[in-house]
Design a protein around this ligand. Structure first.
Ligand code: 4NP
Length: 171
């Protein structure tokens, strides 16, 4: 089902997306890198502000995990972000906050207070081969886990951008 995005997107008012996982070193930096790569490739870079964060503070300041980076790099996607922790201000800095798993979603919602315009959703809502379930945490698994995560995030990002594209006001 199409997601109900609430506003149109212009260069003056770019659409702001924050991808969120636990550590901000594996899943969410990969999602950020893939989505950023797609919008740049399509000449839509100035219509989006893309970021990622972790609900935990364990890896703040670190580059993305070395395996996440090498898997993404092998698909032509550089991961350039440094880990930061998600905080309640992010509800006012972003239009869409995408949780990688149900636990991230619960942690995000626990920080929400007052009225915010941000929409919070599960990343795999946009996976045409999924039904809104978790993006599995690859941190304690082998290389296959990282490749699987990349494929899930690639599919979900493609559908996300596909659903957002009609909202872009091009000149
Ligand atoms: P991520 O993976 O949430 O996809 O970045 C994790 C990385 C580190 C930890 C947990 C998950 N950790 O507990 O250190």
């Amino acid at each position: 089902m199409e997601f109900p995005f609430y506003r149109s997107i212009s260069k003056e008012n770019p659409y702001r997306i924050c991808f969120v996982c636990l550590g901000n070193i594996c899943r969410s930096p990969t999602a950020e890198g893939i989505f950023q790569h797609k919008v740049k490739e399509r000449g839509l870079g100035s219509y989006f502000y893309v970021d990622s964060a972790g609900t935990g503070a364990y890896h703040v300041g670190e580059k993305a995990n070395a395996t996440s980076r090498s898997v993404a790099e092998s698909h032509g996607v550089p991961l350039l972000s440094r880990a930061r922790q998600f905080d309640s201000d992010d509800f006012n800095e972003f239009d869409l906050i995408l949780a990688m798993d149900a636990s991230n979603y619960a942690n995000i919602m626990a920080l929400k207070s007052g009225t915010t315009t941000a929409q919070v959703e599960m990343m795999r809502r946009f996976d045409l081969q999924g039904t809104g379930e978790d993006v599995p945490d690859p941190y304690y698994g082998g290389l296959n886990g990282f490749e699987d995560v990349f494929s899930i995030l690639e599919r979900s990002s493609e559908e996300l951008l596909h659903q957002l594209t009609p909202h872009i006001l091009t000149e």
